[in-house]
Design a protein around this ligand. Structure first.
Ligand SMILES: NC(=O)c1ccc[n+]([C@@H]2O[C@H](COP(=O)([O-])OP(=O)(O)OC[C@H]3O[C@@H](n4cnc5c(N)ncnc54)[C@H](O)[C@@H]3O)[C@@H](O)[C@H]2O)c1
Length: 433
């Protein structure tokens, strides 16, 4: 079998994709790039015996002979690297999130259209056992037409904040806004139903002490109340409430499907409940079914993170490159359907909670309005359109907070147990955010 040659940018989360290639029969990793010497060294250990070239800078890396690149670099910097890679003739698998400004969104779409390269958005939560089953069931019309859905990605990162921000004041995790990291929650609903979001109202948690303790400048959590093109409403919540939760429910015109709540101790996202009638107007004629759905490649996905979804998102990307028509990848239009509700929810929050229309960049005329829109919370990119990181204003966090985080991180680096980076190399990423 011809193996797709893959290069990976980013040596933390990128470990998951490197490990995919190590085990796969359809892909091989040929180059790894990270500017952090310790990340490269750890990857050398991880990939002993393999023929891999290591780079400490993207400009040299991108000229390596390879078919595709995985972008597992900073979450707010994917678009410029995706654009550079496609202009060099490389296909792209992008980690979350796809872009950080509307300007980047327009440029990225146009680059994909012009180059014809494959772009796959790595929203792995769409490939978890229950969420993937929800897609299959929706396509089979099991619950009828979507009327309402809820989705949650709650991750209390306070205990690991030092090991995912390293005491860097301007790490993207410290500078993001509350509704930025929205695709782990919204993504599976969009991917299951194929419905486009048309408007959004945003809310954010303003009890922020736990966030400020570690140096994060955003609201505590974000909520998007999204209206889809058919009139269905979705409530999406994500961020740092105290107890973790990954949960999805969807109500249709003849039933409901949802995964198990974590505290039910019933299999979590590996278990689904389907309570649907045979047809609309046949209330109560259905039966409640509950089971642990299977993808069919469990042996190959064994040990991969996020319920095995880390395996499937890469598998489908590689199969797409090998010409497999049934490969299920997430293209840029769908990626933006997952992300723009978060971007525009924040504009709604900053505007006192009024609804915002969500642009449809499939429409070329619509792109003109956004071509120069650089509004975001990243000072390097926003120019004179810089947004505050929180509706309360950008907080002034004392330097001592970051020094404390750095000390904790340095101490953790001395021991392997409990070290995010060490665990990431073993498991292909521990943190989800
Ligand atoms: N899908 C998931 O479940 C999941 C889980 C964890 C992280 N992520 C995503 O993975 C990405 C990376 O997150 P992370 O946890 O690895 O932490 P991170 O963002 O701190 O690490 C990024 C790595 O990329 C390297 N890097 C950044 N810019 C570079 C450049 N220009 N040249 C060379 N190296 C560069 C850094 O040195 C660092 O090692 C983010 O986009 C994040 O959203 C996704």
């Amino acid at each position: 079998m011809k193996k797709i040659k893959i290069g990976v940018l980013g040596g933390y989360r990128g470990t998951s994709m490197i490990n995919y290639c190590k085990r796969a029969d359809n892909a091989e990793v040929v180059a790894i790039c990270d500017k952090a010497p310790e990340a490269l060294e750890a990857q050398r250990q991880n990939a002993q015996g393999l023929d891999i070239t290591y780079y400490d800078n993207f400009e040299d890396f991108i000229h390596h002979d390879m078919d595709a690149v995985v972008l597992a670099n900073y979450a707010n910097e994917h678009a410029p690297f995706a654009i550079r890679a496609m202009k060099e003739g490389k296909h792209v698998f992008s980690e979350v999130l796809p872009v950080q400004t509307m300007k980047e969104a327009v440029e990225l779409i146009e680059t994909i259209e012009q180059t014809g390269m494959v772009y796959a958005y790595g929203e792995n939560y769409c490939y978890m056992p229950a969420t993937y089953e929800m897609k299959k069931l929706y396509e089979q019309n099991k619950i009828g037409e979507l009327e309402y859905a809820e989705c949650e990605y709650i991750h209390n990162c306070e205990p690991i904040w030092h090991s995912i921000t390293y005491g860097e004041r301007d790490h993207w995790r410290n500078n993001l806004y509350s509704t930025f990291y929205c695709t782990h929650s919204l993504g599976p609903i969009i991917h299951s139903t194929g419905l486009r979001p048309v408007s959004v109202t945003g809310f954010e948690g303003t009890k922020v002490q736990r966030d400020r303790n570690g140096g994060a400048k955003s609201g505590a959590f974000g909520i998007e109340m999204v209206t889809l093109e058919n009139g269905a409403i979705v409530k999406s919540i994500h961020g740092g409430l105290y107890r973790n939760s990954i949960w999805y429910t969807a109500y249709g015109s003849k039933g409901r499907m949802e995964c198990a709540r974590e505290d039910a101790n019933a299999g979590h996202v590996s278990r689904i409940y389907v309570n649907a009638d045979p047809g609309e107007g046949h209330y109560g004629h259905g039966t409640l079914e509950t089971y642990e759905p299977k993808h069919g490649m469990e042996d190959r996905a064994e040990g991969f993170g996020h319920g095995g979804s880390d395996f499937y998102s890469m598998y489908h990307f590689v199969e797409r490159l090998r010409g497999n028509e049934s490969a299920d990848t997430i293209d840029i239009y769908e990626a933006l359907d997952m992300f723009l509700p978060g971007m525009f929810a924040y504009r709604s929050i900053l505007d006192g909670g009024i609804p915002k229309a969500i642009p449809n960049l499939r429409d070329k005329a619509e792109r003109e309005k956004w071509r120069n829109d650089t509004a975001c919370t990243d000072p390097k990119v926003a120019g004179d359109q810089l947004l505050p990181t929180c509706s309360l204003g950008t907080p002034d966090i004392p330097e001592a907070t970051y020094e404390r985080m750095k000390e904790k991180w340095d101490a953790e680096c001395q021991k392997e147990e409990g070290n995010y980076r060490a665990m990431a190399f073993k498991q292909g990423s521990k943190a989800s955010k």
